[in-house]
Design a binder for this molecule. Sequence first.
Ligand code: GN1
Ligand code: MG
Length: 369
Amino acid sequence: MIAETIATQFDVPGRLVTLRPIGAGNVNDTYLVILRTTFSEEQYILQRINRNVFREPAAVMANMKVVTDHAHQRIAAEAETADRIWQLPRVISAKDGGDFVVDEEGECWRALSMIASTVSYEKVGIPEHAAEAGRVLGHFQRIISDFPIDQLADTLPGFHITPRYLDSYDEALKEKIGKARLAASSEARRLSQFVEARRDFASILENAREAGELVDRPIHGDPKITNVMIDKYTGKGTCIVDLDTVKPGLVHYDIGDAVRSSCNPAGEEATDLSEVFLDLDLFEALVRGYLTEAKEFLTENDKKYLYDSIRLITFELGLRFFADYLAGDVYFKTTHDGQNLNRARVQFSLCESIEAREGKMRDILEKYC
Ligand code: GN1
Ligand code: MG
C-alpha cells in the first residue's frame, strides 16, 4: 500500500502536506511526513518494517515501547546534571490506539517522533564526530543497562551470532546460484579464502558467552554511524535512532559495530579499497567518548574482549554481505548488481586493517579502560 494512505493513520494533528523518503537503511523503508495545522507544522518519521527480516513486528514494537519508556525516565532523572539535552524518539500511537498499522498487504508501519535540528552522516571524517558516536552509544547502553532482559523479546534470533552466519554462508554455497556466483568471480573466490582463514575465530564471543565470561544485556544492535544523530547547532550527539534491533545480546556486538562503522573514513560503500582502513585517531576518539559513559558498567571480562569484538563484527558484516551476495541478494537492499559483493570486500579489507593494528588498538583500549 502506498505510504500516503498510511501517513494519516497516526495520532498526529494536521493535514498531510508531503512525505519523502529519507535515510539510508539497508532493511526498512523510512519517510519523513509533514503535516500542517492552521498555526503549526508537525513532522514525524514513518517506517515500513521489513517483514522478511523482522518476522514479528509486534514484538519489535513491544521492545521499542518498553525500552524507550525506560530510557526516557532515566534521561529525565539525570537531566539536571547532564551536559546536554539527551533525546530519544518516542513511538507515536496509531489513531486506533495500536503501536503500528497493518495495511491491506499485511505490511506493518510505525510512526516515531522526529528528532528535529539534527543530522546524521554516512562517514566520519573528524575525531570529534567519532567521539560523539562513542559517547552516544555509551550513553544509550548505560541508561538501558538496568533494564531486565527477560522483559525483552528476541526479535531477530541469531542476530550477531557469528557462527550462524558461517552456517548461512555454507548453505548459500551449496545452492546453484551460490556456486555460479563464486565460479564467475575471482574476487568472490579471494573473499572465500578470507573467510576460510577465520573460521575458528568466528566463535570467539560465543565461546566466551558459553564459558560464562560474557553475559547478555540489553543492546542497541545496530549503532552504525547513520543512526547517530548530531545536533546541528552544537555538534554534540543527541541520540541514537533505529531501535528495532534493541534486544538481549552482548554489548560487544554494539562496540564492534560502532567502531567498524565510525572509524573507517571511506564508509561502507567505498569502491577504492586503498581508501579503506581503521583510522587510529578516529578510534581513539571513539573509545574515549564511549568509555566516558561505559566505564561504569563494563566488567573486567567485558574489557578483555573489546579488541576481538571489533575484529569480529567487522568480519561478520563482511560475511553477511558476502553470503547475501551468494544467496542472490535476498536480505540487504541493493541498488545495483554486485553491491553486496563490494560491501563485503570493504568490510574484509577493514578487518585486515584492524588485524594489522591490533597492538596499537589494544594500547588505546588499555589507556582509557
Ligand atoms: C542493516 O538497516 P540498517 O541499515 O540500519 C543491518 C545491520 C548492518 C547494516 C549495515 C537488522 O542495518 O545489522 O550492520 O545494515 N540490520 C539488520 O549497513 O540486519
Ligand atoms: Mg537498522
